[in-house]
Every structure is written in structure tokens, then in C-alpha cells.
Design a protein around this ligand. Structure first.
Ligand code: MN
Length: 202
């Protein structure tokens, strides 16, 4: 069973004005589709075929660049779409809010830490909010299409929120203004989904 490009649960223009429809369409139908197809090509006929993406990434040989880049790209974008919504924004509540307060002191301090990691990621990459077994959360960043599930990547736990800081994620609308894009991202975060991921993976 080959990996399939996941359908979005909202329209390409649903996140406007924060993320524009043209960026969403290219990002999903070209970039994410490309990672998906290339992942399938990379594992076709290998012993990775039929495994879950989480299993593939957790046991990844980092020298396998085709699976590292495209498996990461497949997983990262699937998470990215799921943690955004036209009804998003605001703040988390409940046990996720408590975990964020325990780790950072306040939601605003978490937001500053997350945006700082995302803004200072040199070149292409991602910023993450991860949960460790036991419920502790942390913020970290990875380069290119790496992610915290990969072994020895310097960023651990299970990602429950991620923001794409590749230029293809924002350049049409924000050009070089990555911090403006990051502020806009906070207006569309689907905290209900992030909270569900927290509960499933803590
Ligand atoms: Mn991307």
C-alpha cells in the first residue's frame, strides 16, 4: 500500500488572509505531492514498504537521503495541514495549556520561544512543539525535512505542532518577512487538534 497525499479538510482559501490560497494550493498539490510520490519511489521494493511512516522515521538510516528527505516531507506536511484550521487561533486549554505553562511559564513565553526557533532556523526547516512520554513539552527546530521522530536528530519526543519555514511556505505572500508569516500562523493554529495529539502521545 503506497502512501497517499492526504486530502485537506478545508479549502485552499480557508486560511486567508493569514495563508493565501495560491501558496496553499502549490504547497499541497505540488510540494507535498512530490514528497509523497518520491517517498513511494524510494521505498518501492525495499523492506520499508508496508511500514507506517512513524516506524520508518523512528528507525531511519540518516544516510538514506531519499527516505530521510521525502519521508520527512510526507510526514511533516501531513501534520502541518492537520494543525491548522479556519477556526483556529487563540490559545490551548486544559492539560496542554498546563503543560505549556509548566515548561515555559506562560502561553506568551511559549509563543516567543516557538517563534524564535522558527525565525532563526537558518535556511529551510521546521519548528516543533513536542511531547515526551509523561507529558512534558519542549520546543525545538530541525533542518530541511528532518523531524523529531528521526533518531539522533537533536530534537526529541513526538511532534504535536509544527510550522514549515521553507520559503515555499510563505514567500508568495510574505516574501522575506518570515516573522510576519509566523505571527499569521498563530492565527490559524488548530489547538483542538494539537490538544488531541498531546493527549494521544503524552
Ligand atoms: Mn513545505
Amino acid at each position: 500500500m503506497a502512501f497517499e497525499l492526504p486530502k485537506l479538510t478545508y479549502a485552499y482559501d480557508a486560511l486567508e488572509p493569514h495563508i493565501d490560497a495560491r501558496t496553499m494550493e502549490i504547497h499541497h498539490s505540488k510540494h507535498h505531492a512530490g514528497y509523497t510520490n518520491n517517498l513511494n519511489g524510494a521505498i518501492d521494493g525495499s523492506d520499508l514498504e508496508g511500514k507506517t511512516i512513524e516506524n520508518i522515521l523512528a528507525n531511519l538510516d540518516l544516510e538514506n537521503k531519499a527516505v530521510r528527505n521525502n519521508g520527512g516531507g510526507f510526514y511533516n506536511h501531513r501534520l502541518f495541514w492537520s494543525v491548522m484550521s479556519e477556526d483556529g487561533g487563540g490559545k490551548p486549554t486544559g492539560e496542554l495549556a498546563e503543560a505549556i505553562n509548566d515548561a515555559f511559564g506562560s502561553f506568551e513565553a511559549f509563543k516567543d520561544a516557538f517563534k524564535k526557533v522558527a525565525a532563526t532556523q537558518f535556511g529551510s526547516g521546521w519548528a516543533w512543539l513536542c511531547v515526551h512520554t509523561g507529558g512534558k513539552v519542549e520546543v525545538c527546530g530541525t533542518a530541511n525535512q528532518d523531524n523529531p521522530l528521526m533518531p539522533s536528530i537533536g530534537c526529541g519526543g513526538t511532534p504535536i505542532l509544527g510550522v514549515d519555514v521553507w520559503e515555499h511556505a510563505y514567500y508568495l505572500n510574505y516574501q522575506n518577512r518570515r516573522p510576519d508569516y509566523l505571527e499569521a500562523f498563530f492565527s490559524v493554529i488548530n489547538w483542538i487538534e494539537v490538544s488531541a495529539l498531546y493527549a494521544q502521545n503524552k
